[in-house]
Design a binder for this molecule. Structure first.
Ligand SMILES: [Zn+2]
Ligand SMILES: [Zn+2]
Length: 321
């Protein structure tokens, strides 16, 4: 399949995809619940659950987000594949789908067409509703032309369920039911919600350092649990950056790891925001929470909808005659 605008990757009508969305999400949450209520964890279960959480959080933030979506640094083809592979075990689909959807989010952020905007579609939809709705199963390969050229990434994207099943099988072999429930289900459920908080909470709760054209926020607590992704207002101002925490006091664990990997030559060319952006963020002028341009735009939409209704009403009597 070529990476052309006309070609869409259609997974909407694929039975496995639908089962993966609904059945998978339900099973993971049920599994986590059963683990918490009925299976007292051993020390090894807690250690693996926590380690697997942080490893995959790194694959999502440093891999799916900063690398695949924003190309904020460079790496070799092997490490690129490993990031994608670990990312797929997070059970958030493949790297190409994720990057295509996320690039759209930056373009249309908090506008009516935004895939997951709490401002437009409510908190629940922005958090998990949009995943269950299956409206966004399809993506346009031309959104991710730069990634589409790697056949191994296309394979990973298409068969993203395979690494997930492999992890579950390994957990079952080495840990039995306790392994599946704690190492995979509990760890994955928490990982999912912490990732989804960036789409929902980080557009509602926190401080706006930059007056961006959306409602993105910076939030210290979210940054702690997501290895730096909580500084969400920053990349909405300047997205191609390896560090989401723009300033030294904005803790960003993924960036520290990327720096360590750069030190040993695994990653390189880590991009950072230019000085003018950093200065802009330091001016200290609190950015408005509700922007006038958005208010005007929404008023315009309402007026257009009302006008369309009036026009439709005028047309009916004539039609009836
Ligand atoms: Zn956002
Ligand atoms: Zn982004």
């Amino acid at each position: 399949m070529k990476a052309e605008g006309a070609t869409r990757v259609d997974t909407k009508h694929n039975l496995w995809e639908r089962l993966f969305n609904w059945g998978g999400l339900l099973a993971i949450h049920l599994g986590a619940l059963v683990a918490f209520v009925f299976y007292r964890p051993r020390l090894v279960d807690v250690l693996i659950c926590v380690a697997f959480y942080w490893a995959r959080m790194f694959a999502i933030t440093a891999g799916y987000h900063r690398y695949f979506s924003h190309r904020a640094y460079k790496t070799g083809r092997v490490f690129q594949f490993l990031l994608g592979l670990l990312g797929t075990t997070s059970t958030q689909k493949g790297p190409l789908w994720w990057a295509a959807i996320h690039r759209r989010h930056h373009r249309e952020s908090d506008k009516p067409t935004d895939v997951h905007s709490p401002v437009q579609h409510g908190f629940f939809h922005s958090h998990i509703g949009w995943v269950l709705a299956s409206d966004h199963e399809e993506y346009d390969p031309s959104e991710v032309k730069d990634l589409w050229k790697f056949p191994e990434l296309r394979w990973l994207d298409r068969f993203h369920v395979v690494p997930v099943l492999a992890v579950i099988a390994l957990a079952a072999v080495f840990g039995g039911a306790r392994g599946v429930l704690w190492w995979y289900c509990a760890s994955t459920a928490v990982l999912m919600h912490c990732t989804f908080f960036i789409n929902s909470m980080a557009h509602v709760w926190g401080h706006r350092r930059f007056d961006t054209t959306d409602d993105s926020r910076n939030n210290f607590w979210l940054a702690l649990i997501t290895m730096g992704e909580g500084w969400h207002n920053n990349p909405h101002r300047f997205m191609q950056t390896a560090n989401q925490g723009f300033y030294w006091w904005q803790v960003d664990a993924s960036y520290y790891l990327l720096r360590a990997l750069a030190f040993v030559g695994v990653t390189w060319d880590l991009k950072k925001p230019p000085a003018r952006i950093l200065e802009e963020g330091l001016r200290g002028k609190p950015a408005p929470y509700v922007r006038i341009d958005e208010v005007v735009e929404r008023a315009g939409q309402k007026a257009r909808a009302a006008a369309a209704e009036v026009v439709a009403g005028l047309a009916h009597p004539a039609d009836a005659e």
